[in-house]
Each structure stands twice: as C-alpha cells, then as structure tokens.
Ligand binder design. Sequence first.
Ligand code: COA
Length: 162
Amino acid sequence: MNVQLVSPTVEMARMEHLPAAKRLADKHKRELGFINQAMLQKAIETDSLLVTTLAIDASEAERVRTEIELAGFIHFYVRRDSVVTLYSIVVAQDYRQRGLGRRLFAELVRIACSRGKTEIRLKCPIELPANAFYKHLGLKIARVEEGKHRPLNVWTYTMHNQ
Ligand SMILES: CC(C)(COP(=O)(O)OP(=O)(O)OC[C@H]1O[C@@H](n2cnc3c(N)ncnc32)[C@H](O)[C@@H]1OP(=O)(O)O)[C@@H](O)C(=O)NCCC(=O)NCCS
C-alpha cells in the first residue's frame, strides 16, 4: 500500500479512527501496556484522544478507502484540578524522529492551557527509550515509583515554567 505522510495534522480523534488506534496500541503493548477498545472508544467520546492520520495515496484510494491508518496518538485525561494526565503516547515505528511526538505533545499542552490547567503528568517505565524523548521536551522527573510490574519515572511538565 502506498501511504504518504502529507503535512501531518494533529486532530481530535473521531470514531472512524478507533480501529487504527487499537491496531497501533496493540503493536506497542510492551511500552503502553494493554489498552482495550472500550478505553479508546471512551477516550474518543470524551475528546481525550489526539491522532496524527496518514494520507492514503490517491492511486490506491479505491482499494483502501476504508482503511485509515494513524502515524500516532496521544491519550490523556483532563482532571478536575490543575493537572492533565498523559496516559499514553505513541508514534508508529516508520514515522519516528520526525517531530510527530513533539507535535502531539505540543497540542496537548495547548489543550491543557486552554482548559486552565498548569501541569501535565505521566508515568513511564524507567527502561524505555521514551524517557529521553520526555527529557528533550523539557519534562522533569518528579520521583520514581515502584509500580506494579516495574519501576516508573513520574514526569511532569509545568506550563508556567516554560
Ligand atoms: C516516544 C515516541 C512517542 C517519540 O515519538 P517521535 O515522533 O519519534 O518523537 P519526535 O521525533 O517528536 O522527537 C522529539 C525530540 O525527542 C528526541 N527523541 C525522540 N525519541 C527519542 C529517543 N528514543 N531517544 C532519544 N531522543 C529521542 C528527538 O530526537 C527529538 O529531539 P530534537 O527535537 O531535539 O531533535 C516514540 O518513540 C514511540 O512511540 N515510542 C514507543 C511508545 C512509547 O514508548 N511510548 C511512551 C510510553 S511511556
């Protein structure tokens, strides 16, 4: 299939993105843990899933019209207090190191600010390469938690410090 990444946009996920989001999550169980379809569906219903879609090449449009693929997504939860929790972020292997993760995170920061929130918080297993990504983005490690299965870095991003 001829898939192009044409000026990728970050947008709020719609129900038509659900199967592709699930496929992407399933490919990254090791990093993200198991994310079931109901969780993703709820995230879409509550405007808590941002996605970067892939454009399908026009020559293939007839055959693959119904197949939407995602280059990445970010799943979050806007808490009642001042914090936004980032549950998971992923960019498909083929599209990494092109700034998509940064763009997904930047859009989350924009949303958090627009909702009057001052902090983004997430937990990441200490052995994952994603820790270097968070550091590049200016997040700080608040503490290390034991976690159920493995130690976790608790990262925070404070809006008014940026
Ligand atoms: C973490 C992840 C989302 C990053 O996505 P990405 O699109 O490759 O990130 P970007 O291209 O936007 O990178 C932004 C910056 O972080 C850096 N960076 C990204 N991944 C990195 C890594 N593994 N090691 C070191 N630096 C990294 C980039 O070099 C870039 O730096 P720069 O802007 O100074 O050049 C992606 O690697 C991924 O999906 N990993 C698997 C899922 C995962 O582990 N999720 C987190 C679970 S806690």
